[in-house]
Design a protein around this ligand. Structure first.
Ligand code: C2E
Ligand code: MG
Ligand code: MG
Length: 481
């Protein structure tokens, strides 16, 4: 056992012990029979020991260090920095990169687990090939890298090149076509934190903020982020309570047809917090999307919309479905269950899905959309024009309505580009059998322009703001009367 030395405290302990046992067994056999020379026994022992060490420290799939070993190394590096600081010696500062594969679940669900594994393997291989990088896989699709450089400019250059090369490799192959990039949170020591727990936390805060501002970002930790992060966590806690205490409300905004008749209403979430303030829905919906709270929120909205539809008899209700809901396989069963329990019919609903989600849809998302349509739902592409839309993609989408974003509608009177854009959408929609809804209409002029451009439905403050169900019902009565 003396051969094993002080490393025997790791999980490889057992394997080292068995290697030593094997070694001594082989040695005695060899000594007795004089068949195996000692060097061969030693080689076998060393190979076994290396294998055991590898098993204890290395993540099988990616080839990177596993979480435990990575954290040991990070701890060691940071305590070196601290002790050198105490002795007033020059330190070798370091930077921690926390890498998360964007929409990894979508790659797994849409293209199969083998594709997901290929992405992780390529990421690990490339990180290990970078000189001076110590790469670890912390779990799932999360990797961490220690870099001996704290200069943001040179770091940025190197990380971007790394991301580009990885993307080029993965997008080239059929199997990993679903890869969209990575998000990276960056924190440095000793500037941002002195211990591994803190440093990892800070890189995580940066990663979180970066992901919220759209994925594919390299985000450097800054102390101002803490406040924002704490605020988000507070919103998440309050929202959880609001859901439990049934403090959310669903308001409805009218959508009118060509003759001014009430064609539908859009259900919009309203949450007034304890101090009577109003939390904008896109703010808390985004927070809910970061966790599985979005599922409960989505179910609450749909259940309430079904209940209100029965009470008020709207001609049709549009319900917003978040991209995060659409990407998980719980959406369809949830909708079926709620429809059954509330005795409502899918054909009375339109599901509104943000353009960016639909246009980047994986085969799995497209299947879900087709399934929803087969159930009787109509589908609307919400906020059309806000992403890098491509008209060519529209052709194959199972969509019934295109909702032109208010940023275009509101410039229709004065801006030539908006006019050309809305007219083009109108033409294409007609050719594809879809209808155009113009949102954010505030003036008669905007309404007239949208109509000339081909919109057949209109929504905006001109026709009414979102209000509680009963208040909208009275508009419905006036329109019908
Ligand atoms: P959206 O689905 O595009 O909803 C339209 C937004 O535009 C609403 O904002 C509405 O109040 C606002 N709006 C309507 N007409 C006008 C107008 O004439 N002028 C201006 N300036 N604004 C107008 P709101 O209620 O703040 O909702 C914002 C976003 O939050 C929604 O955008 C939707 O993406 C999300 N959201 C709201 N309710 C839900 C929900 O139940 N589930 C999900 N997943 N998202 C929701
Ligand atoms: Mg909407
Ligand atoms: Mg919209």
């Amino acid at each position: 056992m003396a051969l094993i030395g002080p490393r025997a405290e790791t999980t490889a302990d057992v394997s080292f012990a068995s290697a030593a046992a094997l070694c001594s067994a082989l040695a005695s056999a060899a000594l007795i029979s004089h068949v195996l020379p000692f060097t061969s026994i030693w080689r076998q022992f060393r190979a076994q020991r290396e294998k055991a060490e590898r098993r204890a420290n290395i993540d099988d799939l990616s080839g990177c260090l596993n979480r435990r070993r990575f954290m040991e190394i990070l701890d060691q590096r940071l305590s070196d920095i601290t002790s050198r600081q105490i002795r007033r010696q020059q330190t070798q500062d370091l930077t921690l990169l926390l890498i998360d594969v964007d929409h990894f679940k979508m790659i797994n669900d849409g293209f199969g687990h083998a594709s997901g594994d290929d992405v992780l393997r390529a990421l690990g291989r490339r990180a290990l090939a970078e000189s001076g990088w110590t790469a670890g896989r912390l779990g799932g699709d999360e990797f961490a890298i220690i870099v001996d450089d704290t200069d943001h400019r040179s770091l940025d250059h190197r990380i971007r090149r790394f991301c580009q090369e990885l993307a080029a490799e993965l997008r080239d192959k059929e199997k990993t076509r679903g890869y969209q990039g990575v998000s990276i949170g960056v924190a440095s020591a000793p500037a941002d934190a002195a211990n591994s727990h803190d440093l990892l936390n800070k890189a995580d805060v940066a990663l979180y903020v970066g992901k919220r501002n759209g994925r594919g970002n390299i985000t450097y930790y800054h102390k101002d982020m803490e406040r924002e992060h704490a605020e988000q966590r507070q919103i998440a806690r309050d929202l959880q309570a609001a859901l439990l205490l049934d403090q959310l409300e669903l308001h409805y905004q009218p959508i009118v047809g060509l003759d001014g008749e009430l064609a539908a209403v859009e259900a919009l979430l309203r949450w007034r917090n304890n101090v009577g303030g109003y939390v904008p829905p896109d703010k808390f919906v985004r927070v809910a999307e970061q966790s599985d709270m979005i599922d409960r929120l989505g179910e609450w909205v749909f259940r309430r919309a079904c209940r209100d539809l029965k009470a008020v008899d709207f001609p049709r209700v549009s319900v917003n479905v978040s991209g995060a809901q659409l990407k998980n396989d719980r959406l369809v069963p949830m909708l079926r269950t709620v429809l059954r329990e509330t005795r409502c019919d899918a054909s009375r609903f339109t599901l509104e899905i943000t353009e960016t989600v639909v246009l980047r849809a994986t085969p799995a998302v497209l299947r879900t959309l087709r399934e929803l349509r087969a159930m009787g739902f109509l589908i609307a592409l919400d906020d059309f024009g806000t992403g890098n839309n491509s008209f060519a993609l529209l052709r194959d989408l199972p969509v019934d309505f295109i909702k032109i974003d208010k940023s275009y509608t509101q410039r229709l009177e004065t801006d030539k580009i908006s006019q050309v854009f809305v007219t083009a959408v109108g033409e294409i929609a007609k050719a594809l059998g879809m209808s155009v809804v113009a949102e954010g209409i505030e003036t008669e002029e905007q309404h007239a322009c949208a109509r000339i451009a081909g919109a057949v439905r209109f929504q905006g403050y001109l026709h009414g703001k979102a209000q509680p169900p009963r208040a909208v019902a009275s508009i419905a009565g006036q329109a019908a009367g």
